[in-house]
Design a protein around this ligand. Structure first.
Ligand code: PEP
Length: 244
């Protein structure tokens, strides 16, 4: 029995329409695994629709981001409470597409994670280095600084970390298992919470069936955050099946 149950999470990013609800049926039809936690994070516009398709199912629903604020005058933002209200149990915060594309700092990510925890959601905090950091030999230092800045003090042991090297996201170039394992072990060793051995650390960055097995076999890799490959229900189901 592994200490940590694997989690395979799909991040649909800004993809999907109401007509894509059929994804759920295709995905369930292709699933054979039972020892893995499964999470789907479609865009906010589809959360309610997906919540109606997944009632009582073993597939959890998550948001892709949340506001650090509880409610109020924040046009365009979505609070953690709203995500909870629509049926989410998880929320991704600090994805590199938000850190880089929207200028989000680790301090903001920490506040977002805190807001999620206060609403009873599990935040998945994303951290990862740029290619220049890796090439300059400072990947671990960079990622551990993001970790220290992004994790709220209260409730640290309730959350999930996703290590996503930015150079591997959407590029087709995944980190190798040794590279990823080295980083995951460093994150676990530096974990500020009490339950270091219970912490789930996902790998993200061009995960697909061809590279997933070797990554998921690493002792400190507890699952995957999957972007592009989660859009195809059969491919995503293969990833879940081979993680169990
Ligand atoms: C992601 O968006 O978190 C991600 C890892 O994307 P991809 O799997 O497409 O690289």
């Amino acid at each position: 029995m592994p200490i940590r149950r694997p989690l395979i999470a799909g991040n649909w990013k800004m993809n999907g329409r109401l007509a894509d609800g059929a994804w759920v049926e295709h995905f369930r039809g292709a699933l054979t695994a039972s020892g893995t936690d499964i999470l789907v994070c479609p865009p906010a516009t589809l959360l309610h629709h997906f919540a109606t398709l997944l009632p009582g199912d073993a597939i959890a629903l998550g948001g892709q981001d949340c506001s650090p604020e509880p409610d109020g005058a924040h046009t365009g933002d979505i609070s953690a409470g709203m995500l909870k209200d629509v049926g989410c149990s998880h929320v991704i915060v600090g994805h590199s597409e938000r850190r880089d594309g929207h200028g989000e700092s680790s301090e903001l990510v920490r506040r977002k994670a805190g807001a999620a925890l206060r609403e009873g959601l599990v935040p998945i905090i994303c951290i990862g280095e740029q290619l220049e950091d890796r090439e300059a030999g400072r990947a671990i230092e960079t990622v551990l600084a993001q970790l220290a800045g992004s994790v709220p003090e209260a409730g640290a042991d309730e959350l999930v970390i996703a290590y996503e090297p930015v150079w591997a996201i959407g590029t087709g170039r995944s980190a190798g298992p040794e590279e990823a394992q080295e980083m995951h072990a460093a994150i676990r060793a530096a974990w500020p919470g009490d339950d270091r051995e219970g912490l789930r650390i996902l790998y993200g960055g061009s995960v697909k069936p061809e590279n997933a097995q070797a990554l998921l076999a690493c002792p400190d890799i507890d699952g995957a955050l999957v972007g592009g490959a989660s859009l195809d229900p059969h491919v995503f189901a293969r990833l879940v099946n081979l993680s169990s």
